[in-house]
Write a protein that binds this ligand. Structure first.
Ligand code: TMP
Length: 203
């Protein structure tokens, strides 16, 4: 029997987090482990509707509206998470740390305000482990430049993403035992191995 943990993948755009969560999902499937995989914003049917609204290039919401929409998308996911807690491994592509990193460290929205709503929504849902994917400044620029089909949140400048990444690292340093920093400057194969080893230890 494996442990039914909640495992989150975080990091700024272009750090490979979505590749790694998909790779872990593939591995769990191959090994016949029960799991669900969701992303934020998105995940449940209603959250995907909210995702389209937030990230649409035609949207022009202010940063508080964006925050409340991200939290609305989360609120719609909570049921899905609760239904599966303890029954399946739950893999999440971005979660509460993204809100703190982007909306607080990146955009300067009050942290207490964000924490209050997050805590209210999550109640006794605990994240067991987080993989934080990071890149250096040079790779950050290169990877952001290479992205096609950019959505509203892919278009900030490097100074913004740098603030967000530093925010993620601050969050990690507050609770290092529950995080693993993945150096995305290294090869993807190398990182796949590190992550799958850790997944094996965890579950
Ligand atoms: P994605 O590109 O990983 O799908 O994420 C979509 C964007 O949403 C990404 O730029 C990060 C942003 N985001 C926030 O700003 N706050 C949040 O709470 C979440 C979950 C995502």
């Amino acid at each position: 029997m494996s442990k039914k943990l909640i495992i989150v993948f975080e990091g700024i755009e272009g750090t490979g987090k979505s590749h790694h969560i998909n790779n872990v999902a593939k591995y769990l499937k191959k090994n016949k482990k029960k799991f669900i995989q969701i992303r934020e914003p998105g995940g449940s049917k209603n959250s995907e509707i909210i995702r389209k609204l937030i990230l649409n290039n035609k949207s022009s919401f202010n940063q508080y509206t964006d925050l409340l929409l991200y939290l609305s998308a989360r609120s719609e996911n909570i049921e899905l998470i609760k239904e599966n807690i303890g029954k399946k491994i739950i893999l999440i592509d971005r979660f509460t740390d993204s809100t703190i990193a982007y909306q607080h460290y990146g955009m300067g929205i009050n942290l207490q305000f964000i924490n209050n709503i997050n805590n209210y929504l999550l109640k006794n849902i605990d994240i067991d482990f987080t993989f934080l994917n990071t890149v250096d400044q040079r790779n950050m620029k290169l990877r952001l430049m290479k992205r096609k089909d950019l959505n509203r949140y892919d278009k900030f400048n490097n100074i913004f993403y740098d603030k967000v990444q530093k925010g993620f690292i601050k969050i990690l340093k507050k609770n290092p035992k529950k995080y693993m920093q993945i150096d995305s400057n290294l090869s993807i194969d190398h990182n796949e191995k590190i992550i799958l080893n850790k997944i094996n230890d965890l579950i």
